[in-house]
Design a protein around this ligand. Structure first.
Ligand code: CAA
Length: 240
């Protein structure tokens, strides 16, 4: 039986590419999403991948959502914590609400989802968790104290949980994307984005499929010795 994977934020952008790549590789995939029903329905129609709506920043919703997936598809053995949002502004202009929302969604979600699936992975003595970090969590970014703090926390969370999972056959790794051709990056003002692209040695934005490729590598059965690591996929923009 093929292993069951949950991809949070799995119906759009990088998450959609990860869901599709996992399905194409033979995994049974559940794609979680938070709000955009139209995009989720379209994704389901195009791929046949079942979609599940819950808010990853809500602890109880994550427990219920993961239990629903397990009931429908089987024990969850792979978790991709991909869901994330931006609310960019300088610190002075940033509201407390936009600070908290980004923290809750981008790192709170990792706690909420891992709490839901980790005990089952321990019992099965197998698990693969990949947390999607960011170049901006590694290097910082003007206008992103909330996002950079949350993504930096994703990297610390990964290394701590990797130590707890190791003796149970559970690997926990991070993928740190650079600037990828998605709606999130398209929302960056054009004049700012032009300057960012000029600093990418490869000379272009990345594609979502190029992140999915890294995730696929980390979840494979024979990747059991890779844990606590960060795979940076950023076109050479930040060599960390
Ligand atoms: N470094 C230094 N100074 C900068 C700067 C930078 N990177 N960016 C802007 N500034 C300066 C500007 O030159 C300007 O200075 P002056 O007033 O002296 O001209 C000042 O800061 C204000 O800049 P803006 O006019 O842009 O200010 P704003 O309030 O309109 O917007 C902002 C601020 C929202 C942060 C905007 O600059 C922005 O959106 N920046 C992009 C942030 C970014 O890269 N986000 C990544 C989103 S994608 C993502 O996060 C995915 C991932 O994981 C990679």
């Amino acid at each position: 039986m093929s292993r069951v994977a949950i991809v949070t934020g799995g119906t759009r952008g990088i998450g959609a590419a990860i869901s599709t790549a996992l399905k194409d590789a033979g995994y049974t995939v559940a794609a979680n999403y938070g709000g955009n029903d139209e995009a989720a329905n379209r994704f389901h129609e195009q791929t046949g991948i079942p979609v599940y709506k819950w808010d990853v920043s809500d602890f109880d919703a994550c427990q219920e959502g993961a239990a629903r997936v397990a009931e429908d598809l089987g024990t969850v053995e792979i978790l991709i914590n991909n869901a994330g949002i931006t609310r960019d502004s300088t610190l002075v202009k940033m509201s407390h609400e936009n600070w908290q929302k980004v923290i809750d969604t981008n790192i709170g979600s990792c706690f909420n989802m891992c709490k839901a699936v980790f005990p089952g992975m321990q019992a099965n003595k197998f698990g693969r968790i990949v947390n999607i970090g960011s170049i901006n969590g590694q290097a910082g970014q003007y206008g992103q104290v909330n996002y950079a703090a949350a993504k930096s926390a994703v990297h610390g969370f990964t290394k701590a949980l990797a130590q707890e999972g190791a003796r149970f056959g559970i690997t926990v790794n991070a993928v740190a994307p650079g600037y990828i051709n998605t709606d999130m990056v398209a929302a960056v003002p054009e004049r700012v984005l032009e300057k960012i692209i000029a600093r990418i040695p490869v000379g272009r934005l990345g594609e979502a499929s190029e992140i999915a490729r890294g995730v696929l590598f980390l979840v494979e059965d024979d990747a059991g010795f890779i844990t606590g690591s960060t795979l940076s996929i950023n076109g050479g923009q930040h060599m960390y």
